[in-house]
Design a protein around this ligand. Structure first.
Ligand SMILES: *Cc1c(COP(=O)(O)O)cnc(C)c1O
Length: 355
């Protein structure tokens, strides 16, 4: 399949690197591709960024057959542009597709399309420390139909957004809130897919946490309301004694690329990394006995997000002295250094965008 290119007639002003936030500015071009039952995925094209016309009956608007991914392009000190484990995102994207009855796509082809889009848009990759170009691949159901079934047509698109440093004022621990009243995912559900509805499902409890002065919700499992699953839209890690513990993937937890990278890095440093069920009670008793050293989230947006406080059933604990722990800080630095090309990449994680 050949990727066609339509040149834009107008170009946007590039924002100042220091003024970047998250997800408000989009570049001049996007990638689009369509699916129909007779043609499969077809008409791959790079064209000017713009609205998608939809009939009000379009299926994605009613039944939420939508999946997405999130990854970043990084500017290196020598001026190059590179990606971090993009094939892992596209493999996961296809897994989400399968779970949501969306037709799978050729991962190698889509990576090629992304590299081509980035070659066109490379001047949009900001260069200030901690900034990056956020990449959002998405697939939505396009049939104009109100009957409940999976759609016969789909739109695949990739949009790009220059984003600021996640921690402009320094690497700060967050306060998190645990609720036994709401869950984001259940066993057998769609928790391990990056599908739109999971995020809609998380909003209400997040509002309650915010109103109580907490930044994120720590999600418990949907069956026993006992075992920790994730924090906000990040995976979670606990340093207990000298052991790194993260919840095992049970189907309701998103398998993070950053999660896997943390596990590989920590293992390469000689740390024992354990994937297992871990209850909120165990965390509170590990805190009581002084064994709980650090808690942090992992995800593409923040890389590592240290947790300073956890509140559960009216009781709040402070992790360590409430500051960023040395293990989280070391992981954060090493991952960022690999992503920005400042450290060697012994794992083969980096894919360079051709000049
Ligand atoms: C995207 C996401 C993550 C983090 O995945 P990364 O690949 O590390 O960015 C974790 N949990 C949820 C619910 C997510 O949507």
């Amino acid at each position: 399949m050949e990727i066609t290119f339509e040149k834009a007639t107008a170009f946007k002003d590039h924002p100042d690197d220091s003024a970047l936030g998250f997800g408000t500015i989009f570049t001049d071009y996007m990638f689009n591709m369509d699916y129909s039952q007779d043609k499969g995925w077809h008409n791959p094209r790079i064209e000017p960024y713009g609205p998608i016309a939809m009939d009000p009956s379009t299926m994605v608007l009613h039944y939420g057959q939508a999946i997405f991914e999130g990854l970043k392009a990084y500017r290196t000190e020598s001026g190059g542009v590179q990606l971090f484990r993009p094939m892992d995102n596209f493999k996961r994207f296809n897994k989400s597709a399968k779970r949501l009855c969306i037709p799978e796509f050729d991962e190698e082809f889509v990576l090629k399309a992304l590299l081509k889009l980035l070659a066109v848009e490379k001047d949009w990759v900001p260069g200030a420390p901690g900034t990056s170009l956020y990449i959002r691949p998405t697939i939505v159901a396009m049939d104009p139909y109100l009957g409940l079934r999976s759609s016969f047509t789909y739109r695949f698109f990739i949009i790009l957004s220059p984003v600021g440093a996640y921690y402009p004022e320094g690497f700060d621990p967050v306060k998190i809130w645990v609720t036994p009243d709401y869950v984001r995912a259940v066993r057998g559900g769609v928790g391990e897919a990056k599908t739109a509805g999971n995020y809609a499902a998380s909003l209400y409890a997040t509002d309650l946490a915010n109103a109580d002065g907490y930044t994120q919700v720590m999600w418990l499992d949907g069956v026993d309301l006992k075992y920790v699953e994730e924090v906000g839209s990040m995976n979670i890690f606990f340093l207990i004694g000298d052991e790194v513990v993260t919840p095992e993937l049970t189907g309701s937890i998103l398998s993070g690329v950053t999660r896997n990278s943390v596990m590989q890095l920590a293992t390469s440093w000689g740390k024992k990394v354990v994937e297992r069920r871990i209850s909120i009670d165990e965390i509170f008793s590990a805190h009581e006995s002084g064994e709980l050293k650090e808690v942090f989230g992992s995800g593409t947006a923040a890389v590592i997000s240290p947790v300073g406080n956890i509140k559960y059933q009216g009781k709040e604990i402070t992790i360590g002295d409430g500051n960023v722990g040395p293990f989280a800080a070391k992981l954060f630095k090493e991952l960022m250094d690999i992503q920005y090309g400042k450290a060697e990449d012994p794992f083969g994680w980096i894919v360079k965008v051709e000049e």
